[in-house]
Design a binder for this molecule. Structure first.
Ligand SMILES: [Zn+2]
Length: 258
């Protein structure tokens, strides 16, 4: 059957412009992740999980659109029910370390509501292990493909309240970097610990975190270091990495006061 001429012209124009048929507006990965490492039951010491989603780089991922998933809604429902402090500046005032002071001075520029990607991953981990009964952290890298069309979103957790050595997640990111992927963001969580002001969802890097970010900038060209508590996220530009206090020893990712 011959297509009406106007329809053919429209199709040609769409393809010529490289436009997707339907832009995704929902905050969701849409495809299952590839599991790279899965060892042990989540509640077992020494267990760990590493997976990666590869998705089209859609603007919704960088927006504040809330995921439709039950996992994240459940977390926010619990935050509301517990009636805990979530103001990120007030929380920073409970932390005595110098790095918290640095973020406090830059809070207006660096801290904002958690975005789609952080909310997706936070909800995922909260559904696996509840923040308020089994507080655990996750770490992530977000990379953009050489053709700037796709994202790789790595997700890692050792199911502990402190991630420790990150070599297992850095290794595949190094490989991607060699293949031309742009390492946009290193993200990890600092979860709420109501009643423990020094570690209560503090959106500032510990000294080992600061060291991790600076080293990744030097080795991978990391652009930003993010820390989220699931409600807000601090996004530190690489130009700030040298301002933070770092330890003299080898860096591992941890809560600010560990
Ligand atoms: Zn940390």
């Amino acid at each position: 059957m011959l297509l009406p001429r106007i329809f053919v012209v429209t199709l040609v124009c769409l393809f010529a412009a490289g436009l997707p048929v339907r832009a995704e507006t929902a905050c969701r990965f849409g495809t299952p992740p590839t599991v790279l490492v899965e060892e042990g039951d989540p509640h077992e010491i020494g267990s760990r999980l590493l997976k990666v989603w590869e998705v089209e780089d859609n603007p919704v991922f960088w927006s504040e659109t809330t995921p439709g998933s039950e996992a994240y809604s459940k977390f926010r429902g619990e935050v509301a029910d517990l009636d805990i402090e979530t103001d990120p500046v007030h929380l920073l005032e409970g932390s005595s370390i110098e790095n918290s002071r640095i973020v406090h001075r830059n809070a207006d520029d660096w801290i904002g509501p958690a975005g789609c990607l952080e909310m997706l991953m936070y909800g995922h981990q909260h559904a696996r292990m509840n923040t308020f009964t089994d507080p655990t952290e996750f770490g992530s890298f977000i990379l953009r493909s050489p053709d700037e069309e796709r994202l790789r979103v790595y997700f890692y957790t050792n199911n502990q309240d402190g991630l420790g050595n990150m070599d297992v997640i850095v290794t595949p990111v190094l490989e991607d970097k060699r293949e031309g992927w742009d390492v946009l963001v290193a993200l990890h969580s600092h979860v709420f610990h109501p009643g423990q002001p020094e570690i209560n969802g503090i959106l500032a890097p510990s000294e080992p975190d600061a060291d991790f970010h600076a080293n990744l900038h030097a080795s991978l060209g990391l652009r930003e270091g993010w820390i989220t508590n699931g409600v807000h996220t601090v996004r530190m530009p690489s130009s700030s990495f040298d301002d933070f206090t770092r330890p003299s020893g080898r860096g591992e990712v941890s809560n600010p006061y560990e």
